[in-house]
Ligand binder design. Structure first.
Ligand SMILES: NC(=O)c1ccc[n+]([C@@H]2O[C@H](COP(=O)([O-])OP(=O)(O)OC[C@H]3O[C@@H](n4cnc5c(N)ncnc54)[C@H](OP(=O)(O)O)[C@@H]3O)[C@@H](O)[C@H]2O)c1
Length: 331
């Protein structure tokens, strides 16, 4: 695969798959090769729009597509585990949308399948690869604001969808925490690691999904994270790191930020602007292709252990807040 073009397949051509396919057109050394939908007509329409030579009316059929190098999974959360296992067990590398699955047991099965089949696997947590997030990691690593003591982050939007939509439908993993709360949790884990204590509470809507969720992480050395998420109200969607020497703010929407403010206790503040390419998914696409071309089975920037830790913490938050899905009973 060293110098060839990487042929992508997409499973489940919904809303996010469109944005992803747009960015795939910008990616150097990659192209959309195949798309699979539960409906052949939807697959053909999508393939036409993004110039993919192959379209399939079932996900399984695409696994035999000649020349397929990697599959991007964009189905609802509840389906990620089955769809990823289907690919990984057939030796096909996978980039799977966030959250990687419904719970830790599922993620463990997926990671085990990737390792057993010696095949690349990564969670599509695009924020990790957004240039300004990378810059944030670099600055914090250099000690720009000193040791981080407190993290604050929120993500709220008003979802104007009917109750059966995946955002509210419990069978599809509906609710604020797994859809958008994952970003503040990801942010806290990125800078503080796994917490020693978790407190969380949620407000539930008519379908039983968590409409809003509030989360506190406590660390034994006195660090703290204060996080919240909602799918019924729009919030500023900002992220803050408070350090011993200053503070760093990622302006909203922080999960694909283009602007950061740095304030210091002993000198004037600074503002940094940095754009991303396309819709922002370009950068995770490049990371996957870099890994595939260099024979890596996971990303060093977003290792599978991080995705396991993230899901373990999300499970912990759910236990505290009383957010339960059918998949939990299935194990
Ligand atoms: N990274 C990001 O910025 C971002 C943004 C939005 C969403 N996401 C993630 O991407 C995933 C999909 O989100 P989305 O907003 O694109 O959802 P969506 O518009 O509802 O699309 C999901 C697609 O999955 C397929 N599907 C397979 N089984 C299904 C089922 N049982 N019920 C409904 N659809 C099913 C459908 O396509 P076919 O029937 O045509 O196969 C559907 O179009 C979610 O896990 C979400 O967390 C990520």
């Amino acid at each position: 695969m060293a110098s060839e073009t990487i042929n992508w397949g997409i499973i489940a051509p919904g809303r996010i798959a469109h944005k992803f396919a747009h960015d795939l057109q910008l990616a150097e050394g990659g192209r959309l090769h195949a798309v699979a939908s539960r409906s052949l007509q939807r697959a053909e329409e999508f393939a036409r729009e993004y110039h993919a030579p192959h379209a399939y009316g079932s996900y399984e059929e695409m696994l035999d597509c000649p020349g397929l190098d990697v599959v991007y999974i964009a189905s609802p959360h509840s389906e990620h585990c089955a769809h990823a296992l289907m690919c990984l067990e057939n030796g096909i590398p996978v980039l799977c949308e966030k959250p990687l699955a419904m719970n830790t047991a599922q993620v463990q099965r997926m990671v085990a399948a990737a390792k057993a089949n010696d095949v690349f696997f990564m969670e599509a947590l695009w924020t990790r690869f957004i240039p300004l997030f990378e810059e944030t990691k670099r600055l914090v690593g250099e000690g720009a604001i000193g040791g981080i003591r407190t993290v604050r982050a929120d993500f709220g939007f008003k979802a104007e969808f009917p109750p059966e939509h995946r955002l509210f439908n419990m069978k599809l993993g509906g609710g604020a925490l797994l859809d958008v709360g994952i970003y503040p949790v990801f942010f806290a884990l990125s800078f503080l690691g796994k917490p020693d204590e978790v407190q969380a509470t949620a407000v539930f809507g008519e379908t039983g999904s968590d409409d809003s969720c509030g989360v506190l992480f406590k660390y034994n050395d006195g660090r703290l994270a204060i996080l919240d998420a909602s799918i019924t109200v729009k919030t500023d969607t900002e992220a803050f790191l408070y350090g011993e020497d200053g503070a760093l703010k990622l302006h909203g929407p922080f999960h694909h930020a283009t602007e950061m403010s740095l304030t210091f206790y002993d000198r004037p503040s600074e503002r940094i602007g940095m754009n991303y390419k396309g819709n922002g998914y370009y950068h995770e696409i490049q990371e996957v292709m870099h890994c595939l071309k260099t024979g890596k089975k996971e990303s060093e920037k977003l290792p599978l252990q991080f995705s396991l830790d993230l899901m373990e913490v999300l499970d912990w938050v759910r236990r505290e807040a009383g957010i339960v899905y059918g998949a939990d009973r299935a194990g």
